[in-house]
Design a protein around this ligand. Structure first.
Ligand SMILES: N[C@@H](CCC(=O)N[C@@H](CS)C(=O)NCC(=O)O)C(=O)O
Length: 213
């Protein structure tokens, strides 16, 4: 049985959402963050050497890292869904946005989250450079959302499932105003309307306000 180990308010919400979109059988185990450190509790850290969410187990397999987990589930249980193949016109866009999610957008947000905690002076050059890089990433998503309903093209794919956490729940850790990005907000309203997204968020983080605008 596929088990999704979900850490509250974390990137593992992607995996719960993926399973709900695919409507596959899975067991959901929820873990609260440590109240003092806000990190994963010891029980979660014991699941996998890297100690970070997401982690899945599937029989003997223990797998971490969002991209690997998403790829594993769609390859093994997706029956061709949520992943355009090499002959599909959206294939290259799919690959690009799938990898942009953690390779650029979430990485830039994580860096800014840490830099903000250092209380650097506003004129710090590194802070300015990293802020500019993050703004460029958001502007890039905004431009994409102005030309297509979903990141790969006309249909929801795993590229969206990889990206939405950074545009929403991650803003609990790095507040980011979406007002300058109307097309990102319209995109998020399309995501919010999806029953699978609603089910996933209700199961994984019941009671959490969804930062969708
Ligand atoms: N690149 C990794 C990042 C994993 C990661 O940093 N997860 C965070 C949750 S958003 C985490 O587990 N934080 C708690 C901790 O490190 O204890 C992935 O996508 O799987």
């Amino acid at each position: 049985m596929l088990t999704v180990h979900h850490l509250g308010k974390s990137q593992s919400e992607r995996i719960v959402w993926l399973c709900e979109e695919l409507e596959i059988p899975y067991e959901l185990k929820c873990y609260a963050r440590d109240a003092r450190t806000i990190l994963a509790p010891a029980e979660y850290k014991a699941l996998h050497p890297i100690g970070a969410a997401p982690v899945i187990t599937d029989g003997e397999l223990v797998l971490a890292e969002s991209g690997a987990v998403v790829d594993y589930i769609i390859a093994r249980y997706g029956q061709g869904r949520l992943r355009p193949g090499p002959g599909d016109p959206d294939f290259a866009s799919y690959l690009y946005w799938f990898h942009f999610a953690n390779g650029t957008l979430q990485a830039a947000m994580g860096r800014m989250m840490i830099l903000n905690r250092l209380n650097l002076p506003e004129d710090n050059a590194l802070l300015a450079a990293m802020r500019a890089r993050l703004d460029r990433a958001f502007a890039h998503v905004e431009a994409r959302c102005s030309e297509a309903d979903y990141l790969a093209g006309g249909a929801l794919t795993a590229a969206d499932i990889m990206t939405v956490f950074s545009l929403t729940t991650m803003r609990y850790f790095l507040p980011y105003d979406l007002a300058p990005y109307p097309n990102v907000r319209a995109y998020l309203s399309r995501i919010a309307a999806r029953p699978a997204y609603q089910r996933a968020m209700a199961k994984g983080d019941p009671g959490m306000e969804l930062l969708l605008s």
